[in-house]
Design a protein around this ligand. Structure first.
Ligand code: FES
Ligand SMILES: [Fe+2]
Length: 390
């Protein structure tokens, strides 16, 4: 069982100690070969390893009512999740069992899943409801051609898939998985928006950019630095996952309050990396779940689900628009830096890039990815990072 991260009180205490001593959490440094971002064979190996790993598909808040569905590609494999009449979220391969056309597109709500091509229709549980002119097909075709479901489970407000090439024998009745690490359940959140963007950046660079606070002063001089510390983080590991706490300067107010009442939300952004490719980050009234999908060695799709527990106000969403604008501005700065790193790979200056002891969550990510690649093909080992259990 993967360990949970520390309590808010413990993390705040560690932050206050760092503030007092002008220190930050230090782990191990890591040297990553530049070829690992440029070598096509390496990229293919990563993709095939990723397809075998449990991963976040979507927050449960994206499919709330029976019939709600959401399609997206995970590691290049078209999938969709829908909510059945029995309340269960199921993840299917997004391909009709007649000639293989995609069954749904984007997001929506439908009480039957009808393929546009020849009109085969499926119930929400994936079984065939109707085949037009069925007499053209063998008699028992409907029994054999349900949509193909992927093993998945839902807990703490996240829908986790076993991996498109993962262990399909895993069932969705239980989980020993990354979402249990989240300090707050996402089960009571609602979806505000889902956005996607593609960037000409390797997927690992996009993960890296979220996992260190060493660049706050330099890259976020007028956005985050006025409200956050530079190079002052608490870094925690839990199995293959990690959490980096980025305190806001207002956290110093908590020095004088009862430790049991200390809290992180509103006084820090926590960034939880759910290995391999999901980043959950917290803001005062919002939580972002970002899934980073490798599309090519130098291109990735970022799907961002914005969640909140705040009630919508009559004149708008009701949460602090200022904070949101600031976060968006900061994100643009991060993207610029990642584009600069991506182009630097072509410069021939470095055989390796180096992550300092103050950037140890990134080394943790690479170490775990290396382990997964080393054990690819060995099903026993592949099951260890995040395990779906019976
Ligand atoms: S491909 Fe779907 S009905 Fe023919
Ligand atoms: Fe940043």
């Amino acid at each position: 069982m993967t360990e949970r991260f520390a309590s808010d009180a413990e993390v705040v205490e560690r932050v206050l100690t760092h503030v007092r001593d002008s220190t930050t959490d230090l782990g191990e440094a890591w040297f990553e070969p530049v070829d690992n971002y440029r070598d096509h064979a390496r990229f293919e190996a990563e993709l095939s390893a990723l397809r075998r790993l449990p991963a976040v598909f979507a927050p449960a808040a994206s499919v709330v009512e029976p019939g709600d569905y959401l399609a997206r590609e995970a590691f290049g494999v078209p999938l969709f999740v829908n909510r059945g009449r029995d309340g269960r979220a199921r993840v299917f391969r997004n391909s009709c069992r007649h000639r293989g056309a995609a069954v749904v597109d984007g997001q929506g709500c439908a009480q039957a899943l009808v393929c546009n091509y020849h009109g085969w229709s499926y119930r929400l549980d994936g079984s065939i409801a109707h085949i037009p002119h069925a007499d053209g097909f063998p008699e028992d075709i409907a029994d054999e051609r349900s949509l193909v479901e992927l093993a998945s489970c839902e807990a703490n407000g996240l829908i986790i898939i076993a991996g498109p090439d993962g262990d399909d024998s895993a069932t969705s009745t239980g989980i020993d998985a990354p979402q249990l690490l989240l300090a707050d359940t996402l089960g009571d959140h609602r979806l505000v928006s889902m956005t996607t963007e593609e960037q000409p950046i390797n997927w690992k660079v996009l993960i890296e950019q979220t996992l260190e606070g060493y660049h706050i002063r330099s890259a976020h001089r007028s956005t985050f630095y006025p409200v956050q510390y530079d190079n002052l983080n608490v870094i925690e590991f839990s199995g293959t996952h990690s959490r980096v706490t980025y305190p806001y300067r207002n956290i110093e107010r908590q020095a004088t309050i009862n430790p049991a009442e200390r809290k992180l939300r509103g006084f820090s952004t926590t960034v939880t990396h759910l290995f391999p490719n999901t980043i959950v980050s917290t803001f005062p009234e919002l939580t972002l779940v970002s899934v980073i999908d490798p599309l090519a060695i130098d291109c990735s799709r970022i799907t961002t689900f914005m969640l909140t527990t705040a009630e919508p106000s009559p004149d708008g969403e009701g949460f602090a628009a200022d904070g949101l604008a600031l976060a968006a501005e900061g994100a643009v700065e991060d993207t610029e830096m990642s584009l600069a790193v991506q182009s630097g790979f072509r410069a021939g200056a470095n055989d390796t890039i180096v992550f300092g002891r103050n950037e140890s969550a990134i080394g943790h990510f690479h170490r775990n990815l290396d382990d997964v690649l080393a054990s690819d093909g060995d099903e026993q080992s592949m099951a260890t990072p995040v395990q779906l259990k019976q």
